[in-house]
Design a protein around this ligand. Sequence first.
Ligand SMILES: [Zn+2]
Length: 269
Amino acid sequence: MTKNNIVQRFRMHVSVAPKLDMSVYVFWVDGLLIDTGPSNAQRQAAALFQQLKIDQIALTHHHEDHCGNLKYLLNQAKRPVFAHPRCAQIIKNPPKLNFLERRVWGNLEATDSVLPVDGVIETNRYCFESIETPGHSDDHLCFYEANEGWLFTGDLYVHHYIRYFIATESVAQQIQSLKALLALDFDYFYCSHSHLEALEKKLLQQKLQFFERFYGSVVGLHQKGYSERLIMKQLKMKERWPMRILSRGALSAVNMVRSVLRDEQNKKA
Ligand SMILES: [Zn+2]
């Protein structure tokens, strides 16, 4: 199966600095909207939502770039919203965002209208299976339409390698989640941040290999007694200081190393 005209993809973008735009994609298929985009792109979102027939909404996870326009959308018209039970809880009282998150994506307004998904979301013509895929966040779901071979991967892929992490992310969990997805039958997948429309399955495999190699390297160097700083130096990782400072440490390269060390601790415990 190649790209199709049934799944529609829409880019929402925010201007962070001159010549620096950040994008997130939302998807629409048969009345189902997957994610709502960030509130800093609300004007684009409002114009888009007016054109689309939205019967129901599915959320991949609670992050503000995916759920920022949910409250707005529900204020326009009530529709069922489905997400991971944990996501439904979090959105009732969202965590305070750091400066960078607010500046880039904008706020996430609380709502108690999110329903815990019960395994599948049905539209008139399709049936989407919700697949628990923790690691980027605890409440992360992917949506899979088995008959059509469509897979929506939220933030699990983003790119086949990455250079920084949110402080709470887990490499080990993302490895398990990627393995679970790779066991499914599909040729292409849809990512919330990649500029490519439909991505080949082999890219998801590459992401898994990247994480497995990274995990192994960090563990190996740690066992040799290397400090966090020396592990980063050895792996040629560069800290992104402006991002780390503006996010108060929520986003940084060192978080990737810390994630592996934490995962190893958890394995032993
Ligand atoms: Zn995210």
